[in-house]
Design a protein around this ligand. Structure first.
Ligand SMILES: Nc1ncnc2c1ncn2[C@@H]1O[C@H](COP(=O)(O)OP(=O)(O)OP(=O)(O)O)[C@@H](O)[C@H]1O
Ligand SMILES: [Mg+2]
Length: 350
C-alpha cells in the first residue's frame, strides 16, 4: 500500500497533536499545537540580522538558513513540549505564499517526516494561518468575526464567516501596509525590518505633518486600501525638505505616517463589523504587532462594544503556531497532501 493509500485510511484523532512548520520567509519556525488551540511548543530561529546588512530579505540566504536551522528548531520544539516524534499525529506545513526556495525547505522536511512516520501531511496557506492565530489568542473564539489582515504582503478587511469560509470585503489596490512601513523606514534611514523601527521612532514624534487622505476620489470598493500614494507623499516630503535645506524631524514623519497608515484600517474594520453585524474584531499579520494599532483599535472597539481579539505580538508576525491552528482545521477536513506536494509562490486569498 502506498503512503497516501495508508494515510487515507487514517482515523482522525479527537485531540490531535500537530507539528507545524513555517519557512515562507526569513523565520525558520516549528511549533507543536494540540487540538488547534493549545501551543505545546513554539520555536523560531530568525535570519533577520543576516538580511539587515542588505536592507531586506535575500531569498538565497533565507533558504540556506532554513536548511541549517530546521532540524534544531524541530528538536528544540520536541524537547520543550517533552514529546517525541511518535507523539505527533500530523505534520502541517506552509505550502505558500512566500519565497519558493524558502518554502521548499519546509515542504521537503515535512514530507520526509510524514512519509517516514506514516502520518498525514497537511498543506496550509500562510495567510489563512495568520487569520487563524486568533484561535490561539482566545481558546473559546468561534466565527464569525472581522479580521484586519495587515502584513508585509497583504492588507485586507476579511469577514471570517465560519472556520472554512472567508469573505475578503476589500484589500489593497497597490502596496501592502507592512511594505509601506518598510519603505518609509528605508527613506528615514532605519534598518530592516522597518515596521518596528518606525513604531519606535514614532513614539517620540507627533502627528503634525499633513499627508494625503487615502483613496479620496476612488470609486472602487469601500473596504479597499491604497498605500502607494501615502508612501510617495512621505518620500516627497522628506526629499523636498532636504532640498530646501529644512529640518526633517524624522520622529514626526514616522508618527504622521503611522497615523495615516493605521487609522484607516481601524475605521474600515469598525465599519465592516457594524455593516455586517459582527460582534468580534481581530487582527492578523505582522503589522498587528504595532503598538499604536493595538491601542487605538482597543479604544475604538471598546467604545463601540465590540469584542477584540489581539493575538500576542509574536503570533502576529510569522510563526509556526498559527500554521498549527489552521492545520488543525484542515486536518479535521482530511485535507491531506500526497508526496507530490509542492511549494507555491502565490496562494489566492479566498
Ligand atoms: N511593530 C510593527 N509596526 C508596524 N509594522 C510592523 C511591526 N512589526 C512588524 N511589522 C511589519 O510586518 C511585516 C511582516 O509581517 P509578516 O511577517 O506577517 O509579513 P510577511 O510574512 O512578509 O507577508 P505575508 O504574511 O503577507 O506573506 C513587515 O512589513 C514589518 O515591517
Ligand atoms: Mg506573514
Amino acid at each position: 500500500m502506498s503512503y497516501f493509500e495508508k494515510i487515507q485510511k487514517t482515523t482522525l484523532k479527537e485531540e490531535p497533536i500537530i507539528m507545524a512548520i513555517e519557512t515562507s520567509c526569513d523565520e525558520t519556525a516549528v511549533a507543536i499545537v494540540k487540538n488547534g488551540r493549545e501551543i505545546l511548543a513554539d520555536e523560531i530561529i530568525s535570519s533577520a540580522t543576516e538580511h539587515a546588512k542588505f536592507g531586506g530579505v535575500v531569498p538565497e540566504i533565507a533558504s540556506r538558513t532554513h536548511t541549517t536551522a530546521i532540524l534544531t528548531a524541530t528538536e528544540n520544539a520536541l524537547k520543550s513540549a517533552k514529546l517525541t516524534l511518535d507523539d505527533i499525529d500530523a505534520f502541517a506545513v506552509t505550502e505558500g505564499a512566500g519565497l519558493l526556495g524558502a518554502l521548499l525547505v519546509g515542504v521537503s522536511f515535512a514530507k520526509s517526516l510524514a512519509f517516514s512516520l506514516d502520518k498525514p501531511l497537511v498543506p496550509v496557506s500562510h495567510i489563512k494561518g495568520h487569520i487563524s492565530a486568533a484561535y490561539l489568542a482566545d481558546k473559546s473564539l468561534e466565527p464569525p468575526f472581522i479580521t484586519i489582515l495587515a502584513s508585509g504582503g497583504h492588507t485586507a478587511i476579511v469577514a471570517v464567516e465560519d472556520y472554512y469560509n472567508i469573505n475578503v470585503l476589500g484589500s489593497t489596490i497597490d502596496d501592502a501596509v507592512g511594505e509601506a512601513f518598510d519603505k518609509v523606514a528605508r527613506v528615514l534611514g532605519l534598518s530592516y525590518p522597518g515596521g518596528p523601527n518606525v513604531e519606535k521612532l514614532a513614539k517620540d514624534g507627533q502627528n503634525v505633518i499633513s499627508l494625503p487622505k487615502m483613496l479620496k476620489n476612488y470609486d472602487g470598493g469601500e473596504y479597499d486600501f491604497s498605500y502607494s500614494g501615502l508612501k510617495t507623499a512621505v518620500i516627497n516630503y522628506v526629499h523636498t525638505q532636504e532640498s530646501k535645506g529644512l529640518e526633517v524631524k524624522k520622529e514626526d514623519v514616522a508618527a504622521s505616517f503611522q497615523h495615516s497608515a493605521i487609522d484607516v484600517l481601524i475605521e474600515k474594520a469598525i465599519k465592516a463589523a457594524e455593516q455586517f453585524n459582527y460582534k468580534t474584531i481581530a487582527i492578523s499579520g505582522g503589522v498587528g504587532a504595532n503598538g499604536y494599532l493595538r491601542e487605538a483599535l482597543k479604544k475604538a472597539a471598546e467604545s463601540k462594544g465590540f469584542k477584540l481579539i489581539l493575538p500576542e505580538k509574536r503570533y502576529c508576525t510569522d510563526n509556526a503556531a498559527m500554521i498549527g491552528a489552521e492545520g488543525y482545521l484542515q486536518y479535521k477536513k482530511r485535507n491531506f497532501a500526497d508526496l507530490t506536494l509542492n511549494a507555491k509562490a502565490v496562494v489566492p486569498l479566498k
